[in-house]
Write a protein that binds this ligand. Structure first.
Ligand code: PGA
Length: 257
């Protein structure tokens, strides 16, 4: 982390878990466990139907609400889709795009991720853009090339002013939901490279200011070491965000200097 230049963000990704009726008790427990003074922004990305309930419950303990996906289209005949304008209208502040599960199960490619990020930015919602390599790519020593490509493609056509509202999450696919975390050094190496890519595209200042999160089996135990890395500005947390005490412990881990 480097709080002098950029925000620390802890974002939970509930994926397709939980029910609206569970939000109130969850948030009560979270509120009781969260540190009294906060060194980071806290976000919970819920399934879209739970957004209103989360916005209501989140106000009380300063937890912002995020979505997990968005349509790349503005409006119209796209059955089942939700537009960025609709998310903004509902009060959503952040939205994940390009999560590896969307890429893998829904065939999302880098151009679509780019279009979704732009749709969000046009409507004042902060995209959390996910990138990350597969195990095969890591073993073939393709991590840096692949992640560099993903970052360049996702940010294509995004202006420096818009970049200020973007967050990048590095999530090695082999570490997601597997209990197999990247070592702090592995995560730092890639996050540093992502910042270098942003520097080449936008210059030193924007690169210094962008928050880059790590995601992939981050938990209450390993969070402090990961967050101590200079280029890791927070976490995108799946499994551990479903347990209030664990999620709060990760938030507390951002208090280190
Ligand atoms: P995990 O998920 O923390 O359960 O590995 C992270 C993510 O998919 O964002």
């Amino acid at each position: 982390m480097n709080r002098k230049y950029r925000k620390t963000v802890i974002a939970g990704n509930w994926k397709m878990n939980m029910l609206s009726s569970q939000i109130k008790p969850f948030m009560e427990e979270l509120k009781a466990s969260l540190p009294k003074t906060r060194s980071c922004d806290v976000v919970l990305c819920t399934p879209a139907v739970m957004v209103p309930a989360m916005i209501k419950a989140g106000k009380d303990c300063k937890v912002a609400t995020g979505a997990q996906d968005v349509s790349c289209f503005d409006k119209g005949a796209y059955t089942g889709e939700i537009s960025a304008e609709q998310l903004a209208d509902a009060g959503v502040k952040y939205c994940i795009v390009g999560h590896s599960e969307r890429r893998e199960y829904h065939g999302e490619d880098d151009m679509l991720v780019n279009a979704k990020a732009k749709a969000l930015l046009a409507n004042g919602v902060q995209p959390i853009i996910c990138v990350g390599e597969s195990l095969e790519q890591r073993e073939m020593d393709l991590t840096m090339e692949y992640v560099t490509y993903q970052v360049k493609a996702a940010l294509g056509g995004i202006t420096a002013a818009q970049l200020r509202r973007c967050i990048i999450a590095y999530e090695p696919i082999w570490a997601i939901g597997t209990g197999r975390t990247a070592t702090a050094q592995q995560a730092q190496e890639v996050c540093e490279e992502i910042r270098a890519v942003v520097r080449k595209m936008y210059g030193a200042r924007p690169a210094r200011a962008i928050s880059i999160l790590y995601g992939g089996s981050m938990n209450a135990k390993n969070a402090a070491e990961l967050l101590a890395q200079p280029d890791i500005d927070g976490g995108l947390i799946g499994g551990a965000s479903l347990k209030p005490a664990d999620f709060a412990a990760i938030v507390a881990a951002t208090a280190q200097e």
